[in-house]
Design a protein around this ligand. Structure first.
Ligand SMILES: NC(=O)c1ccc[n+]([C@@H]2O[C@H](COP(=O)([O-])OP(=O)(O)OC[C@H]3O[C@@H](n4cnc5c(N)ncnc54)[C@H](OP(=O)(O)O)[C@@H]3O)[C@@H](O)[C@H]2O)c1
Length: 277
């Protein structure tokens, strides 16, 4: 059943850890269904789960990992610091509370969920994440929704470069300049809403490419992310879609197909601009 877990490549992080390139996002999976659905994902072969304090489902994620019987080191768990827990101590305490809900000794990756520049506390929050890593509460630390200016500020203040920046990224929002800025700094790029929250699945160009490969549009879009070396975390609450989204390691998009997909960019966000949120 879980043969695909062996096929998901792991990408190297700048701190020496590695991350499975494809995982399951669990935003909008309610707490009451999280244990069942994450359990199903682990049975199908997923080994990377992306949750957050704001998703309200960490208990279910932790329960699924324990019930799976998988060795802890085989499952990569990300959580994210809530927007109302910015500040050095608050960010550390928020992670301690996450670990209690997850019933885990540590997570694999802890991210600042949003920079919230209007509050201007993300530098001290980043200092809190550095302490959390030093104390072993998380293996790696990173950020989410950071523009290049936010990255430059935390790095010049602390000298510590995030391992990952999780940003909205899909064929309608390719964020070329921000991706390049991350690459220059050695930061792995992780795509959230990789399917544009499902909105992109009717696109005609994607349909014709999918048809040519005998694949679904979602599979083609996930493949585009993988070939661009994005970490990708599609969400589905349906077992058959979870399975299909993982079955993307036996075909390849050509150079011209990749170019046509990237050309769909229209700078269109499905979520807020981090500068205003
Ligand atoms: N850091 C951040 O600020 C941030 C923000 C947003 C999201 N995220 C993370 O990114 C993850 C993914 O983003 P997302 O949930 O917004 O959107 P997404 O993964 O781009 O799309 C999910 C939507 O597509 C549908 N879908 C999934 N696979 C499908 C398939 N094979 N065929 C047809 N429809 C399919 C899902 O419906 P069903 O569930 O009904 O299958 C759901 O409606 C989140 O779960 C979360 O972990 C992070």
């Amino acid at each position: 059943m879980n043969t695909d877990s062996n096929r998901v490549p792991r990408l190297a992080l700048s701190d020496g850890a590695t991350i499975p390139q494809l995982g399951l996002g669990v935003w909008q999976i309610p707490q009451g269904r999280a244990a069942e659905l994450v359990g199903e994902a682990l049975r199908l072969g997923y080994r990377h789960i992306d949750t957050a304090q704001m998703y309200g489902n960490e208990e279910g994620v932790g329960e699924a990992v324990r019930r799976s019987g998988l060795p802890r080191d085989e499952v990569f768990i990300t959580t994210k610091c809530r927007n109302d827990r910015h500040g050095h101590r608050a960010a550390v305490e928020a992670l301690e509370a996450s670990l209690e809900r997850l019933e885990l000794a540590r997570v694999d990756l802890y991210l600042i969920h949003w920079p919230q520049p209007s509050r201007d506390r993300y530098v001290e929050t980043w200092e809190g994440l550095i302490e959390a890593r030093e104390r072993g509460l998380t293996r790696s630390i990173g950020v989410s929704n950071f523009h290049a200016a936010h990255l430059d500020r935390i790095i010049s203040a602390t000298g510590v470069v995030p391992a990952v920046n999780q940003i909205e990224l899909h064929p309608w929002l390719t964020q070329d300049a921000l991706v390049a800025a991350n690459r220059r700094l050695g930061i792995q790029v992780e795509s959230w809403s990789p399917l544009a929250a499902g909105e992109i699945l009717d696109d005609e160009t994607l349909r014709s490419i999918a048809q040519a490969h005998g694949r679904s549009v979602a599979q083609v879009v996930i493949r585009w992310h993988l070939q661009l070396e994005h970490i990708v975390i599609p969400k589905s609450a349906r077992a058959e879609r979870m399975a299909a989204n993982l079955a993307v390691f036996d075909f390849e998009l050509g150079v011209e197909e990749m170019r046509r997909i990237s050309a769909l960019n229209r700078d269109r966000r499905t979520g807020p601009d981090p500068d205003d949120f």
